[in-house]
Design a binder for this molecule. Structure first.
Ligand SMILES: [Zn+2]
Ligand SMILES: [Zn+2]
Length: 698
């Protein structure tokens, strides 16, 4: 699977069986996603392939185990061992061997604009065509800007009446007409005066503002249409574009939505109408993209969070961007945090807890009060002093350092904290757990000697890989950002630091891209993006060197010659934001969480009151073993199973009189269906092993 150019294929490690069978969790995923995933992690199990085929045309729940549903009506013997053995040759499926030999069509890669220059040109040109078409149909609509975005484009118009669904259809039709005319895209260079004259002639006030913001000359204009053609249309633009409109396939474009957006993103400026569109290289790509969108919607963490009662954000009553973790979500968060703390302590970190507010002076010293002010809330008065709600944990970790006295022998120091921070986000930009106003960083700061940088970075990269892969993320895209024009710290320390980062990456054997000059002014950094089950990339982890804060706060250690020196400071986060990571995790698994973090791991489904003592005893034994178990009864078994599957409980155990007599359970899993009749001892042993080993499946 090669869906991202330049991506570090950490998947060079041999595919783990449980990861491969994760393909089976793409319940309602189209075949394509399962196949994509399967290719990424290795050949899928027979079961996963069968599931993927079975679900291609059926709704999620009914699709899981069609045979099982037929069997469910009225009989509890469904779980009888002889019946549940899967047929040797899957009816609707390709067996593992076949899957390896038959040539499947190569899955379509849905490339983002930064991955494909050609798609970027197509999308950019489509934005122009969209504006041209819109003005043809709605001559009063004023043009503003229309950039390409990851998988499409948008164009903002000042058009007070707004656009309806019907209008979008008309605009799309008009776009197709323009495409079919195969107009050339012509670039023209003009002087600022000439550009001004032409814009005034068109009466496009926003374009004048845009022109003012362009500081270089000549001004470039892109025309659609031949010179002198009265239908021709033009826009201020730096390019690039395709050569002519027919380079865009008329069946590979679509207009998706219209939304309000303020001019320049500023709520004091006019509200514009933003038309979102998409454009691809072929109609097949557009179809795949629509499937991708549907799949992403199915996995939306806001929807799943509500369905599974994991968390809420109460915009009206409490305020936007503030997260409430409900019992099940909180339970999962606790498991995640405990894992995180344990592994950090095992890797030589110490834990810190620091306050949520502190004197504003700290943020003046750190510089945040200047360069980070727009993300910070207003300070508050406490007696006669000014305090600040923290947007970052760093100055507090620095405060702990300053409270101590360190020699070179004490370094490196590694301090980690699940630190909750508050940052201002505009009300229109918040989105579920992905963009919030209060979130918890899995933060850590390392204070070390210059010669320790490479080892420390390597340690952070190892820890990052180990933590992320425990949650099923094994494919990363890695970026190294280097010294920008304006920077603090001398060239030697920058060279040393960049060299150390490269060395650490080389030791890891990771491919990476270099963003020359893309670093922060205070130090180089490594960013790591993870790929999820449907191929989306998420920026999570960052390792950032800092030559600035130790200077500003005058941090010191005592060296071999007994003189004071500045330590190197490293900021790093692995999840980034715990809330956001939890959202990503939810979408990656579509709510069917790995067994070790699932809030309810096992549900017992007694079919008769006669087995109550046996069920109670089993629950007690499971709880004593640290297994998260609950019981539902008093319904028909089919309904109990359906409810458990809706809640995506990983393991369901049916208990009848035979099971009670034999000391067994009839086990069925969310991922694989019927597993068989297994002794209670073994079920408990397997669940304990899953918890200890952080396993995805039973
Ligand atoms: Zn343009
Ligand atoms: Zn920091």
């Amino acid at each position: 699977m090669n869906c991202v150019p330049g991506a570090a294929r950490v998947g060079a490690r041999s595919p783990v069986a449980s990861r491969a069978s994760h393909a089976g969790d793409v319940t309602a995923g189209k075949m394509q996603f399962a196949a994509r995933l399967a290719r990424r992690v290795g050949p899928p199990s027979c079961n996963a392939m069968r599931r993927a085929n079975a679900v291609a045309s059926a709704p999620p729940l009914a699709a899981i185990h069609p045979a099982a549903w037929r069997g469910l009506a009225g009989t509890v013997n469904l779980f009888n061992r002889s019946r549940m053995t899967p047929p040797k040759v899957a009816t609707s499926a390709v067996s593992t061997e076949e899957a390896e030999t038959t040539t499947e069509p190569e899955p379509i890669k849905l490339m983002t604009s930064d991955e494909s220059e050609e798609l970027l040109k197509i999308r950019h040109t489509a934005a122009h065509i969209c504006a041209m078409a819109t003005q043809k149909l709605f001559p009063d609509a004023k043009c503003t800007i229309g950039p390409w975005i990851d998988r499409g484009f948008y164009y903002d118009f000042d058009y007070k009446p707004g656009f309806s669904e019907q209008d979008l259809k008309k605009i799309k039709k008009q776009m197709i007409k323009i495409i079919n005319k195969d107009y050339p895209l012509r670039r023209e260079e003009v002087s600022r005066e000439e550009a001004t004259r032409r814009i005034k002639e068109l009466n496009e006030p926003y374009k004048l503002e845009i022109l003012d913001a362009i500081k270089t000359e000549p001004i470039t204009i892109y025309h659609i249409g031949e010179e002198g053609d009265e239908n021709a249309w033009w826009d201020l633009c730096a390019g690039p574009h395709v050569k002519s409109t027919k380079k865009i396939h008329p069946k590979a474009i679509d207009l998706e939505a219209v939304a309000g957006a303020y001019w320049r993103g500023d709520e004091t400026k006019p509200m514009l109408q933003r038309i979102y569109g998409t454009a691809w290289g072929s109609p097949e790509e557009l179809v795949a993209y629509n499937e991708f969108k549907a799949e992403a919607a199915r996995r939306d963490h806001r929807k799943i969070g509500k369905e599974l009662n994991l968390f809420s954000i109460q915009q009206e009553e409490v305020g936007g961007g503030l997260v409430f973790w409900h019992p099940k979500g909180a339970l999962m968060r606790n498991i995640i945090e405990n894992f995180w703390k344990d592994i950090h302590m095992a890797r030589g970190y110490d834990l810190l807890y620091t306050p949520h507010v502190g004197k504003l002076d700290l943020w003046k010293t750190s510089g945040h009060a200047d360069f980070y002010a727009e993300n910070m809330y207003k300070p508050m008065d406490v007696e006669d002093e000014t305090y600040q709600l923290k947007p970052m944990n760093c100055p507090f970790h620095v405060a702990v350092y300053k409270d101590g006295y360190f020699s070179y022998r004490d370094l490196p120091i590694r301090w980690a904290e699940m630190g909750t921070v508050y940052r201002y986000e505009r009300s229109g930009t918040m989105h579920g757990l992905f963009r919030v106003r209060g979130f918890t960083q899995d933060d850590a700061h390392i204070f070390c000697l210059p010669d320790q940088i490479a080892d420390e970075i390597k340690g952070v990269l190892d820890l990052t890989e180990d933590i992320l892969s425990t949650f099923g993320f094994t494919e990363f895209e890695v970026n190294l950002s280097t010294k920008p024009e304006k920077s603090v710290g001398g060239p030697e320390i920058w060279d040393k630091a960049e060299g150390a980062l490269k060395e650490a990456l080389a030791v890891k054997g990771w491919d990476y891209e270099v963003d020359e000059g893309g670093g922060a002014f205070y130090g180089p950094k490594i960013d790591i993006k993870i790929l999820d089950a449907i191929g989306r990339k998420w920026q999570c982890s960052t390792v950032q060197l800092d030559f600035n804060l130790p200077e500003r706060f005058e941090l010191t250690y005592i060296d071999e010659e007994n003189s004071k020196r500045r330590p190197i400071m490293i900021h790093r986060a692995i999840f980034g934001s715990l809330e956001r990571f939890y959202g990503i995790l939810t979408e990656n698994y579509a709510g069917a969480f790995p067994l070790w973090i699932a809030p309810t791991q096992v549900r017992l489904l007694p079919v008769t009151d006669a087995v109550t003592p046996y069920v109670e005893e089993t629950v007690a034994r499971m709880k004593a073993a640290g297994v998260r178990v609950d019981v539902t009864s008093k319904e028909r078994l089919a309904k109990l199973v359906r409810n458990a599957e809706k809640q995506k409980v990983p393991v369901m155990c049916v208990v009848g009189e035979q099971e009670a007599k034999d000391g067994t359970l009839a086990v069925r899993t969310y991922a694989d269906g019927d597993v068989g009749v297994i002794t209670v001892d073994e079920v408990i042993a397997r669940l304990e092993a899953a918890n200890a080993g952080k396993l995805e499946k039973f």
